[in-house]
Write a protein that binds this ligand. Structure first.
Ligand SMILES: [Zn+2]
Length: 234
């Protein structure tokens, strides 16, 4: 630094700053709301993902809960058909849509979503499951990605099924856990009778047998979409 000699006397020309004394104001709930509207909390995408997924259940947890409710195993249902696979590499989730025309010959639709999915552009030992992303509009070319298998006990998940069992037993308890899929709203279940015991007395967020069957199918695909300690039980 070049000495100019001015530094030592500079403070003489400067007036001390006098700021008007501000009275501390407690923000009212209205002003706080307004402030939040103006300044949305910005987070990097990764943090945003973990914040969104916080508290969300894994499919393993849902199946364990169902096991407590049903207390029995289900036979494999071969009528399960995966109708659509929608991967979203940017936001790192994948959605499976499927139908079941099982035992009672009624058709049910279901959705299973997994979050924090690991996608890459090139195939390698870990990312060995091919998925194709069809861009919106249909004019552009399909984007090929490779994904690591979903871990049933680690990847957060969300589920939905159109069957009455899912409606009555599960969706009410899945929504607060952010594990009700597909933009569905939980349908309130009004008990028609008080003489019979509740269908889910422990209030556990679980899944119906159709979703369990879909999980088995995802696990049986080659290479598997779903791995981990499935335990083959529910
Ligand atoms: Zn179902």
């Amino acid at each position: 630094m070049v000495e100019t000699g001015f530094e030592s006397i500079y403070h003489l020309f400067e007036k001390p700053l006098k700021e008007p004394v501000k009275r501390a104001q407690k923000p009212t709930s209205r002003s706080r709301r307004l402030l939040e509207k103006v300044e949305p909390v910005r987070m990097p995408p990764d943090d945003m993902q973990s914040a969104k997924n916080e508290g969300r259940l894994t499919l393993r947890q849902m199946l364990d809960n169902s096991k407590k409710i049903f207390g029995r195993r289900h036979k494999q249902d071969r009528s399960i058909k995966i109708t659509k696979i929608s991967p979203y590499a940017g936001t790192r989730w994948i959605r499976f849509d499927a139908t079941s025309t099982g035992e009672d010959n009624k058709m049910y639709n279901m959705t299973l979503i997994f979050y924090k999915v690991d996608f890459t552009d090139e195939k390698d030992a870990v990312h060995n499951r091919k998925v194709d992303i069809t861009p919106k509009g249909g004019q552009q070319r399909i984007i090929r990605k490779w994904m690591a298998p979903i871990n049933i006990a680690k990847n957060p998940a969300a589920a939905w099924c159109s069957c009455p069992d899912f409606q009555y037993r599960h969706e009410w308890y899945l929504q607060p856990k952010k594990s009700l899929a597909g933009g569905h709203k939980r349908r309130p279940y009004k008990r028609k009778t008080r003489t019979r015991p509740s269908v889910n007395p422990l209030k556990l967020p679980g899944v119906c047998k159709h979703l369990y069957q879909l999980a088995l199918k995802l696990e049986a695909s080659n290479p598997p979409f779903l791995v981990g300690p499935t335990g083959h039980g529910m």
